[in-house]
Design a protein. Structure first.
Length: 483
């Protein structure tokens, strides 16, 4: 759709999850914060999201906007207008009880097994996104850009490509290339894509159908969540089979680092903390450390270095590396706190570690928003040894909370942490490299002047969404200017 030269582009942001309504990972944080930051720049933005029970229960000001009939996924689908609690960002909610009203998470049942109809569930999300970005839209809001996120909404660019008439430009953002939305070939016909699309020059991926590849192939522009990750995914090691396509489209691939919600993540006014603090007055950080030690059953001592980790407990996130070095590390006068869920073997490894060292290791298996804030505030340093990390958010939360992060030099970690300045960076990705990084950080921690400077540097770093939103707005305008 053509856009007026006198106004900013209108954007439809299509996402499978959004904070604070429904969250499984960092995509929800991005979906809640980036549209709000774009609106502050004068960009008219709507967010399209599935109507899971938590979304319908938590959204404000719901009203019916349109009813779709006879879509391939369902005979009747209601589209509700609403607003996001807190920011007031306008929402468009797909109310389809057949596909979304069920117990469990957005992608899996209560037992942790993928829903068998995920192809249909997220084809519907993509289809509605495409309809709203086309001449067929029943709404008065006509976006110039349909901004899609990960495999769950990646069919929207493909649907739009094959639709007639004027249509919005499409942006496909990769938050994690490892998740690709792979389904059997027969799903291509079921979602209504033409047979010709099932080829290497289309949606075919090693004999199967990949919704993510559909987005990467048909979108007008691809973004990912850090410049380093944009380079890494064009190589075999982190390309997950898509590196050839991404390298071929490198002129349409841009890395833009995520921001963080500096309202939610503000140590001076965080309701989850026992005492607020800022770079000029750090006494509150010690109070939170003592509270965290008590909560995790550790000895209350402000001088023992406390190492925190909040993570999916997986091979990707380097949980195995921490377990490997733990016997050596715990010979030092340190404490470790871990919050997260993940692979059963690694979860059990950390449970056993805490059982063997109850005075030094505190582990909570699960997710707890309040505790995650307390860990960021109470820990002295934050461990993030990810094998790959498209952007990462916790390293930015940590810097803002005066908790220098220790990170592997990959993706957004390499782009947001400066070694010895705002945190500590290690490579190669080995147990020896990780342990050496911790030793460097412990040496700096013992020099209060050096440590205080590293803390202040991190706390003064601008991690807000403003710069990221400005970069996205510039990208949208350049795309539309070239159409």
């Amino acid at each position: 759709m053509a856009t007026s030269k006198t106004r900013n582009p209108r954007v439809l942001f299509v996402t499978p999850e959004i904070h604070p309504l429904i969250k499984t990972g960092g995509l929800a944080d991005v979906s809640g914060a980036l549209p709000a930051a774009l609106r502050e720049l004068g960009v008219e933005t709507r967010v399209l999201v599935p109507g899971y029970p938590k979304v319908l229960a938590g959204a404000r000001n719901k009203r019916l906007s349109h009813t779709f009939h006879d879509l391939p996924e369902a005979d009747e689908v209601r589209l509700l207008s609403a607003s996001l609690p807190g920011s007031g960002v306008p929402l468009l909610i797909i109310d389809c009880p057949l596909l979304y009203q069920r117990d469990g998470g957005p992608y899996q049942n209560p037992a942790g097994v993928d829903w068998p109809d995920n192809a249909q569930r997220f084809a519907l999300l993509s289809r509605i996104g495409a309809i709203l970005g086309s001449d067929a839209s029943p709404l008065s809001f006509h976006p110039d850009i349909v901004h899609c996120n990960d495999w769950q909404s990646a069919l929207a660019p493909a649907f739009l490509h094959f639709m007639p008439g004027k249509k919005a430009a499409t942006v496909m953002t990769l938050h994690n290339l490892a998740f690709q939305g792979i389904f059997p070939p027969h799903i291509v016909a079921e979602v209504g894509l033409p047979p010709a699309s099932f080829s290497i020059e289309g949606v075919e991926y090693y004999g199967n159908f990949s919704t993510l590849k559909a987005g990467l192939y048909y979108a007008d522009h691809i973004t990912t969540v850090s410049p380093t990750y944009a380079r890494e995914i064009q190589q075999e090691a982190l390309g997950f089979g898509m590196q050839g396509l991404l390298a071929r489209r490198s002129d349409k691939l841009t890395g833009i680092v995520n921001g963080i919600d500096t309202g939610d993540w503000n140590p001076a006014a965080d309701p989850h903390l026992v005492q607020g603090y800022d770079a000029g007055q750090m006494a509150g950080k010690t109070a939170n450390k003592l509270a965290l030690q008590e909560k995790m059953g550790l000895k209350r001592d402000p001088d023992i270095p406390l190492l925190g980790m909040i993570s999916r407990i997986t091979h990707q996130k380097g949980g195995d590396l921490l377990l490997e070095i733990a016997p050596q590390l715990l010979q030092e006068n340190v404490q470790i706190v871990l919050l997260g869920t993940g692979e059963t073997a690694l979860e059990n490894g950390f449970r056993n570690l805490a059982h063997a060292h109850p005075d030094k290791v505190g582990v909570t298996i699960g997710f707890n928003e309040g505790l995650s804030h307390l860990v960021e505030a109470g820990a002295d340093m934050f461990l993030m040894p990810s094998r790959f990390e498209p952007c990462g958010l916790n390293q930015m939360y940590s810097q803002r909370y005066g908790t220098p992060p220790l990170v592997h030099a990959t993706g957004g970690l390499a782009d947001t942490v400066v070694d010895g300045v705002t945190g500590f960076v290690f490579e190669p990705m080995t147990a020896e490299g990780f342990f050496g990084c911790i030793q460097r950080a412990l040496a700096a921690y013992r020099d209060k002047k050096v440590w205080g400077k590293i803390q202040r540097n991190g706390m003064e770093r601008d991690s807000s969404w403003k710069k990221s939103a400005e970069d996205y707005l510039a990208l949208y305008k350049s795309m539309l200017g070239g159409r």
